[in-house]
Write a protein of this length. Structure first.
Length: 279
């Protein structure tokens, strides 16, 4: 657009026009140029404002201020957004909010929209697909979840990454390997094994991948400890179950674990969780 204005200005300068006409056209072109500058300035301000709102929502979700995050998401997505990337990011945050609120079927609607059209690519796309698979498990769509996990293994474990990750050092992850995606996939697989009653497979997966899970998930590795505690308990190994339950509740709040994984609930009547630190 700016190039067209410059070309028009050059044309006005060389055309044989009356002085008054030349001045009027020059003023019109100046007005159009400054109007264009104002439009772009307004667009930049709107983009920065949307970015700030999305960061605020991410922080609210991280701090478990779910009602605040929901209200801000509703306000932000109720009108057209300046950037398609911001709209996609808002949809991912919406799916995260719905999943953490226990509304897994609603979260699946959003995840299916994001994955069905392949609108999110790269590592972010892998994490969206992982969230979708976890929501399928939590809403008991077990067949669909198993098929989604198989697809994710082809996507994330391609190129022999799994063999490299078996030797991973939690303090020095293997270069070039997306540790976060692979560890998140292992957590989804662990939950699938617990959910479907394959306790021994869950234990073997956990013991084989514990360094990877610790490196990739951070404090969320507490979820893996709590899930494998369920598997140990089902195999009548109370000492192992008690220790893993202590480890899991030391890293994750018991309320969060119960909200995300109902399978953990029977453990609270058998084993004491790690006491919360004094305020």
């Amino acid at each position: 657009m700016a190039m067209w204005l410059l070309a028009a200005g050059a044309l006005v300068a060389v055309l044989p026009l009356e002085p008054g006409t030349r001045v009027a056209m020059g003023l019109a072109l100046c007005g159009a140029f400054f109007g264009l500058l104002a439009y772009f300035w307004s667009l930049v301000r709107s983009l920065r404002a949307e970015e700030a709102q999305l960061e605020w929502i991410e922080d609210a979700l991280a701090l478990k201020r779910y009602p605040d995050a929901a209200g801000r998401l509703q306000w932000l997505m109720s009108s057209a957004m300046c950037s398609d990337q911001h709209r996609l990011r808002a949809m991912v945050l919406l799916a995260t909010y719905l999943a953490r609120s226990g509304r897994y079927d609603d979260a699946l609607i959003v995840y299916n929209e994001l994955t069905g059209t392949e609108r999110v690519a790269g590592p972010s796309g892998a994490m969206v697909k992982l969230g979708r698979a976890m929501a399928m498990l939590q809403s008991d769509h077990l067949y669909d979840a198993d098929r989604a996990i198989t697809d994710l293994r082809r996507l994330i474990d391609r190129g022999g990454a799994e063999n490299e990750l078996q030797q991973i050092d939690a303090d020095a992850p293997t270069p070039g390997v997306d540790v976060l995606s692979v560890s998140a996939l292992r957590l989804v697989e662990l939950y699938r094994d617990v959910k479907t009653g394959h306790a021994q497979e869950a234990i073997e997966l956990f013991e084989k991948n514990l360094p990877l899970l610790t490196a990739g998930l951070g404090h969320r590795v507490g979820e893996a400890h709590a899930l494998v505690a369920v598997a140990y308990d089902r195999l009548d190994r109370p000492d192992d179950a008690r220790q893993r339950f202590l480890d899991g509740t030391a890293l994750q709040g018991i309320a969060d674990l119960l909200n995300r994984y109902p399978e953990v609930r029977p453990l609270i009547t058998k084993y004491a969780p790690t006491p919360a630190p004094m305020a």
